[in-house]
Design a protein around this ligand. Structure first.
Ligand code: AHR
Length: 504
């Protein structure tokens, strides 16, 4: 089967915002406790943070990590996580029916972010709480000493402000499952007043207002219109979430789901433009896709804890999806979509980072390892920085449940002008046919292949586990060639490829 692509140096979509390679960590299951934090672990540092996990995170070069929730944040008291550990209360977490010792709070999380080379993106509780707690939290985190909250932070060991720029105004407030769920008008008013108040403290904060929890919500996309009409002039981003599942065990339909993601982004982008026009505004709000990933493998196993039958366990195994090779293809397609929509998606966070629907897994007291999906996320975060190219793609296609004419070839191209490289991320969605792909390179001058990594496997269900952590890994690709201005690739059935070219 043949496919062709034209990549032209001057046909660009947008500069890719580095923040699209963000991640998310919630006080949920073992994400924090026995995930990033495990005092007593043989690799733990003086703060009790696992060194083996920190290394795997550091390698990903993540620009920001959203924290501490998620659904958890909607009943969270940030004050519980500050001050001497021995005085911190253990609280019941109503979102996940667990208990939280609060051994990790904003100070510990900040130290961990410094250690792994990332920045905090903090979420505020606008579910059970409101404006006053929000402003106190922001003043505690970013305020000067010589004021009540700044002095308290200093007393707790940190004189310098944390200087956190990104603040999420609540989480999934459209969701009836959320503590403090609101209508679009109720939430829009509260978010608008909260944004105004936070801006009175610091105009330069980047504020993220809640959009829809997913594109199947009954209130989508009216929610976005109403919330943006309340908040347009005072926020920077609208948050979207989407999780992907292959419950019907239909790979073709599963791998077409990024077309639904694409429509979701397009619809919200149009809604932003509509409100912008209605308000006669010069402001450009963008999308923060701050929760995305595959999530379904663990659903059945989680029922016992979520139904409350096990009481209120601390750090139980929850949402521990074991990802397979098929999910590599899915994550490759999702990230390609974010690259292709880099004109409007300026932040995106893989949800989550450790143990909970995560690319990194740990065993308490034992090893940490990379799940299959670690690799496409890694390749994109390391090599997907630069300018997204507007590729012209001709590929055979198929009809799926969510879209007609889904091309077998899903591809994105990134030109890093400063580094002199051109990188393609390609997924072959066909299960039996190799895609003989010809890429015409226009206006780039001489090019040579410097790296070609391929992920393929004869078993779509193959996974990396504690016992076998390297069952699915990238291998050096073969058969790619550049001759003149033509790159030719043989994309194997059900494969993910990353090809990097050095430009003269
Ligand atoms: O990431 C898991 C959960 O998914 C988050 O807590 C919530 O925001 C979403 O529904």
């Amino acid at each position: 089967m043949r496919a062709s692509v034209i990549a032209h140096r001057d046909f660009c979509i947008s500069a890719i915002d580095d923040r699209v390679y963000g991640a998310f960590l919630e006080h949920l299951g073992r994400a924090i406790y026995t995930g990033i934090y495990e005092p007593g672990h043989k690799t733990a540092d003086k703060h009790g943070m696992r060194g083996d996990v920190a290394k795997l995170v550091r390698d990903l070069n993540i620009p920001l990590v959203r924290y501490p929730g998620g659904n958890f944040v909607s009943a969270y008291n940030w004050e519980d996580g500050i001050g001497p550990r021995e005085t911190r209360p253990t609280r019941l977490d109503l979102a996940w029916h667990t208990s939280d010792s609060n051994a990790v709070g904003v100070h510990e999380f900040s130290d961990w972010c410094d250690a792994v080379g990332t920045k905090m993106m903090l979420a505020i509780n606008l579910g059970s709480r409101g404006l006053d707690e929000a402003r106190n939290f922001v003043e505690y985190v970013n305020g000067p000493t010589g004021s009540y909250w700044g002095d308290l932070r200093k007393k707790n060991g940190r004189a310098a402000p944390f200087d956190v720029k990104h603040w999420c105004l609540g989480n999934e407030m459209d969701g009836p499952w959320q503590v403090g769920h609101k209508t679009a008008d109720e939430y829009g008013r509260l978010a608008s007043e909260t944004a105004k108040t936070l801006r009175a403290f610091d105009k330069s904060l980047e504020l993220i207002v809640c959009g829809s929890s997913n594109a199947d919500m009954a209130t989508y996309p009216e929610w976005e219109r109403v919330v943006l009409e309340h908040t347009y002039e005072s926020v920077d981003h609208i948050s979207l979430h989407m999780y992907f599942a292959n419950r019907a065990k239909n790979t073709a339909n599963y791998l077409a789901l990024n077309h639904k993601l694409d429509s979701y982004i397009a619809t919200v982008s149009s809604t932003i433009d509509y409100v912008k026009a209605k308000k006669r505004s010069k402001r450009k709000v963008s999308i923060s896709f701050d929760e995305w990933n595959v999530w379904y493998h663990s659903n059945a196993a989680d029922r016992a804890v979520l139904d409350g039958n096990g009481g209120w366990p601390h750090a139980p195994r929850l949402l521990e999806d074991i990802y397979n090779f098929e999910d590599v293809l899915q994550v490759g397609c999702i990230i390609n979509t974010f690259i292709r929509r880099s004109d409007v998606v300026k932040i995106a966070c893989i949800a989550q980072l450790v143990n909970v629907i995560a690319p990194i897994m740990t065993e308490p007291g034992g090893a940490a390892w990379r799940q299959t999906i670690y690799y496409p996320y890694y390749f994109a975060s390391i090599f997907g920085r630069g300018t997204a190219l507007q590729l012209d793609v001709t590929s055979p296609s198929y009809d799926a449940d969510v879209a007609a004419d889904v091309p077998y070839l899903d591809i994105s191209g990134v030109h890093d002008e400063a580094g002199g490289t051109l990188t393609f991320f390609a997924v072959n969605r066909h299960g039996t046919e190799t895609l003989e792909t010809s890429v015409s390179l226009e206006g780039f001058g001489e090019a040579a292949i410097i790296d070609h990594q391929v992920m393929t496997h004869d078993n779509l269900q193959a996974a990396n586990t504690l016992a076998n952590p390297n069952a699915v890994t990238p291998k050096k690709g073969k058969g790619a060639k550049v001759a003149g201005n033509r790159l030719t690739l043989r994309l194997a059935p059900y494969s993910y490829s990353m090809i990097r070219l050095k430009l003269a």
